[in-house]
Design a protein around this ligand. Structure first.
Ligand code: NAI
Length: 291
């Protein structure tokens, strides 16, 4: 089988100053991509900023003979997103790949969560991904090529105690990717989601000794495939971690159809719950219209 390479491709990777993003940046650059290493350089809770994280990764790439440029803008504003894409255009002339990866955590139960902690998670994860992808999508549409990855989370798709803000933002990204895939289809723009699980500064305290089995390196090849030219998938979700790679999907079951087109009573709904709740014969719709 031929080697997968990214020669001539320009990749924007947000939050690439550490953790998973750094892994993607080093891997793609080693295989020929020109990489914009974006990182705000703040703490795991989003406080602070700095240039060191992005600069260090750019340094590593250049030392290995690769091409990269640093960008320190926050993804969490429209101006920041535009500036990140502009960095790619100024330095490398185009953009082919966007990996939306920047992220922070501010956990707290619904009862205790300050609304500011809800807002900032939506700003960074959900709006941030839109702010970067929108200007990149315009370039991709023009050139008829693009690969986009959004980073969701099992906490978003399946739920996790204490992460209302994070889960809402992450599940929002699933919707954003679905529309990116649908609107991008005729321009050869493909969009997919990963739900990773890996030992990074966001998770090392939680994982403890178990973290040994969840090296971030396991995530990298799946994302590298999804942003490759030969990736045929779009509109998909993949769960990745600890050496396991698996499809996640949102499906719809046939359910119960009210007879004669009439509006059912609440008792009719109750009496048909077996059929309504059954997952037998589910399908995976490709759009809301299909569903
Ligand atoms: P990390 O903390 O090492 O990396 C995230 C990077 O994003 C940091 O370098 C940070 O400075 C940067 N960043 C934060 N806010 C930013 C902003 N406004 N603009 C630009 N950069 C910003 O953590 P990790 O684990 O590598 O996280 C990467 C992504 O994967 C995140 O979106 C995270 O939510 C997601 N994820 C990670 C999981 C894991 O098990 N590590 C599980 C599920 C999702």
């Amino acid at each position: 089988m031929s080697e997968i390479r990214y020669d001539g491709r320009v990749a924007i990777i947000t939050g690439a100053g550490g953790g998973l993003g750094r892994g993607y940046a080093l891997y793609l650059a080693a295989r020929g991509a020109k990489v914009v290493v974006n990182d705000l350089g703040g703490g795991a809770d989003g406080a602070g900023s700095g240039t060191r994280a992005a600069d260090a990764v750019v340094g590593e790439i250049r030392a290995a003979g690769g091409e990269a440029i640093a960008n320190y803008d926050s993804v969490a504003t429209a101006q920041g997103g535009a500036a990140i894409v502009q960095t790619a255009l100024d330095a490398f002339g185009t953009v082919d790949i966007v990996i939306n990866n920047a992220g922070i955590l501010r956990d707290g139960s619904i009862v205790k969560m300050p609304s500011a902690n809800f807002d900032i998670l939506i700003d960074v994860h959900l709006k941030g991904a839109f702010y970067v992808t929108q200007p990149a999508f315009r370039v991709m549409k023009e050139k008829g090529y693009g690969r986009v990855v959004y980073t969701a989370s099992g906490a978003g798709v399946f739920g996790n105690f204490g992460q209302a803000n994070y889960a809402a933002a992450k599940m929002g990204l699933v919707g954003l990717s679905s529309v990116t895939a649908i609107e991008g289809a005729k321009y050869n723009i493909r969009s997919n989601v990963i739900t990773p699980i890996a030992r990074t500064r966001l998770t090392e305290d939680l994982m403890g000794a178990m973290g040994e089995a969840f090296a971030p390196e396991y995530i990298v090849p799946m994302v590298a495939y999804l942003v490759s030219e030969e990736c045929a998938y779009s509109h998909e979700i993949f769960n990745v971690g600890g050496g396991r790679y698996a499809r996640v999907f949102i499906a719809s079951a046939p359910g119960w159809q009210v007879p004669d087109g009439g509006v059912p009573s609440v008792e009719q709904v109750r009496d048909n719950l077996d059929a309504i709740y059954s997952d037998a014969g589910f399908r995976i719709p490709g759009s809301a219209a299909e569903a």
